[in-house]
Design a protein around this ligand. Sequence first.
Ligand SMILES: Cc1cc2nc3c(=O)[nH]c(=O)nc-3n(C[C@H](O)[C@H](O)[C@H](O)COP(=O)(O)OP(=O)(O)OC[C@H]3O[C@@H](n4cnc5c(N)ncnc54)[C@H](O)[C@@H]3O)c2cc1C
Length: 453
Amino acid sequence: MDLIKLLQREFDSKNLVIDSRNLVPYSVDESEAGPFFPQAALIAESPLEIENLLKLALEFNFPVTPRGLGSGKSGGSLPCEGGVVLALDKMQRILEIDEQSLLAIVEPGVITGNLHRAVEGEGLFYPPDPASLDECTIGGNVSENAGGPRAFHYGVTSHFVLGMEVVTMGGTRFNIGQKSVKGVSGLNLTGLLTGSEGTLGVFSRIMLKLLPKPADPGIIMVFFRDVHQAGTALTNILTSSLFPMSMELLDQTSLRNIQGVEGFTSPADAGGALICEFEGLGTNKDLKNRALAKFKESNPLHLQIALSKQECDQVWAARRNVSTKLKENHKHKISEDIALPRIVLPHALKLIDKIARENGLLKGCYGHAGDGNLHVNFLSDQPDPELAFSKAVQELFSTVIALGGTLSGEHGIGLSKKQYMPIEHDPNELAVMKAIKKAWDPWNLLNPGKIFP
Ligand SMILES: Cc1cc2nc3c(=O)[nH]c(=O)nc-3n(C[C@H](O)[C@H](O)[C@H](O)COP(=O)(O)OP(=O)(O)OC[C@H]3O[C@@H](n4cnc5c(N)ncnc54)[C@H](O)[C@@H]3O)c2cc1C
């Protein structure tokens, strides 16, 4: 039977997108992959619609690609084999915030920033804070196991997922996980599904752990002559008893690109900076003095402190703009998301410089360096830099793996990096991953074409 007719028979037409012009937004995300057009998109409003779509998909043999808000940077939500995009961004209800048990139950389409504001209104805290927090969903975050600046102190999304309601290919819906913060009963399926990039099941409800809201956070910004010095200072802080809530690094290109954004200024001769946020910085004098003394050991150019909520919000808003500004200010940009053992960061930064230079490219490096996660952007204002980009990326990944790092710290593999998986993973490890995919979706109909080369 014709797929469109089938969908029109089963679903309310107001929730179906079939016109090719209206399908454009579902054919791209924030990666360089695509466009890939689906035959249709279904805007789900309830778990029942997810269930029905996955039942039909198995019966009539068409692929389904789950999608949050399409802010993914590895092509995970792109329907590269056609079929139907399952849009989850209208399932936006926060179903429960339990202040006593410190947990929240949400629909998958809740925007991450909205959850932050809702729980903070109750004196609570949901730490995972991808820089895209107002443009991405909790479902997308769980699927990619998203990180962000605060992952350094609190951990990534998987540290906050207690359980979920999941729908598998064929339309079976069930709950996994538990409400307690601890639990070792059976295999850890919650852990397996978190970071599964929409390939094993669709989350229709998600149960998250919350924390009490930290008191009086404040930021120390430390500017250095060059980024390698910033990398060394970072290692110095890591091995001290100071434990910031976040530790971000920016190189010279990144600093220059956000100059003036939200009032952000850096010294003209700064070649690198650290942004470190501490709980209680405004009220705990001893903490402030110890932190400043530690930073001064690394001989910085300049130190700047932000204590009020408005000042801190401005610093974070400028930091979140780095990716957008690099894209706006350069003709071509390719962005990678490597993670490294933190001790090798200063050395790795030098090697990345060399790779960019030797391939005739510019580079902008910034990111969650507290946990070794760097966003390496190769930039070019020349026509047709594709060959240089591809050589630089290949060299970057080989270098990262040789240094004991990984292809992706938080953006996932999706479509963009699947060809590089054999550089990092043993064939036996890849075979186990593929067997797991087969156990959940033997027909390869749920988000096919992702992760595996
Ligand atoms: C400017 C910018 C900054 C960013 N900063 C960060 C950052 O700091 N940290 C970080 O981790 N990421 C960051 N990202 C990447 C991106 O925002 C995250 O990967 C985010 O988690 C994707 O959420 P989304 O709702 O947009 O998902 P989408 O892009 O729509 O989908 C991502 C994946 O999730 C799957 N999926 C979506 N919903 C579900 C569901 N309910 N059930 C099962 N699978 C599902 C999709 O199939 C796909 O594989 C950034 C992106 C941009 C553009």
